[in-house]
Design a protein around this ligand. Sequence first.
Ligand SMILES: Cc1cc2nc3c(=O)[nH]c(=O)nc-3n(C[C@H](O)[C@H](O)[C@H](O)COP(=O)(O)OP(=O)(O)OC[C@H]3O[C@@H](n4cnc5c(N)ncnc54)[C@H](O)[C@@H]3O)c2cc1C
Length: 420
Amino acid sequence: MTRRVHIIGAGLAGLSAAVRLCAAGVSITVHETAKHAGGRCRSFYDDALEAIIDNGSHLVLSGNHDVLDYVALIGGQAALEGGAGAQFAFQDLSTRTSWCVDLGQGHGRAALLSWLWDKRRQPPGFTPWGFWRDLLALSRGRGCRVAACLDTTSELYRTFWRPMTLAVLNVEPQVGSAQLLWAVLRDTVLKGSAFANPVFAPQGLGAALVDPALAMLARHGADVHFGRRISGLECQDGRVSAIQFAHAAEVLGQDDGVVLAVPHHKVADVLEDVHVEMGAQSILNVHYRVASDEAAIVAPRLMGLVEAKAQWLLQRGPIVSVTVSDAQAWMDKDTDAIAHALWPDVAQALDLGEMPSRYRVIKERRATFCASPEAQLKRLPTRTKLANLVLAGDWTDTGLPATLESAVKSGRLAAETILA
Ligand SMILES: Cc1cc2nc3c(=O)[nH]c(=O)nc-3n(C[C@H](O)[C@H](O)[C@H](O)COP(=O)(O)OP(=O)(O)OC[C@H]3O[C@@H](n4cnc5c(N)ncnc54)[C@H](O)[C@@H]3O)c2cc1C
């Protein structure tokens, strides 16, 4: 009988494992409880906005090698677009000042060094020595919080480190893990601008990361079941022997395997004795339709805001999307009130007038695990004590925060473990 691997969860972690196993000639069955793939990274057509939007704006950088290798494997490159360079525009709405963190062109230490000495391309409060001191502290910050490694009264903290921590970790520096922030800096900014170039998906993340993966699975004859919630695993002799779903069970063959690729807070639904307590952090997104298609900007544009309720703006076609990280306080607010509360920041930053009548508010209560030093200790490895069960998901022990890179990497590690 052919070997079959069952993937539970069709988020980026599950898809990443599935396409790698498919490419290696393994037969695949995917079980996904939702009616669509993509999990926390999905695109859909919004009738009110008359546009395809993402549930939340996702920032991918050119140093996210696992994501880009995955996109190459599934053939999604045409749906991704590099930014104009490693440039991040910022505005301080309290002082009405603007700056651009511009890492320049090229890669390696030379590019980074040239940035360190060029004031025009740095955020306010930047000094090369201060920046190195902060980096050194973060690199040695295993087990520490970000804020414990930095001078939280400094201008650079306000203009750079706090916005950066919120964007990367989705928590305040007083909570976030220095080790996780360092891991992202190490793989991107510190390798030079060629690794910190923002990568956009002009037609939405689904077109680049999800649809091509489903097409690849279809070409390889994979069975993909939507609306199928896995409620448990039967185990025998140290192996998973059957997968349970809605009044039925699928019995596994002797060589069959399982990749459990659900979020950390759903693991106990499937493995009742495994409780992964890593907390949850929210992200709020508001998508405003600001222009007619003809007036829309062509290239996606990203802007960070300081001293504002809105933290990041992404303008893509006729849609401006606002992102607020660490957004627990917004989750129980009325959606219209949210749209009205954030619009003044958008209007000031982009010099726009009245709030548009068409907008969509998306609250993701459990957007990421809480990227604290405590949560770091709770992460589980790919292998489990069951011989044919491996774990995947952004929360597994990838050494990265809850990101697409972590999810895709976890899927690759799961596939490699099964194939080993
Ligand atoms: C608003 C928002 C903004 C973000 N911004 C960024 C960003 O800028 N950059 C970045 O890199 N990352 C960002 N992220 C994080 C990124 O989206 C996630 O890290 C990644 O998508 C997680 O993928 P995953 O496969 O691990 O989990 P998920 O996407 O949660 O996938 C798990 C899947 O398992 C399914 N499932 C659950 N239980 C069962 C069950 N019992 N049976 C069958 N299926 C089940 C779920 O339906 C889901 O489809 C953001 C996330 C959000 C929500």
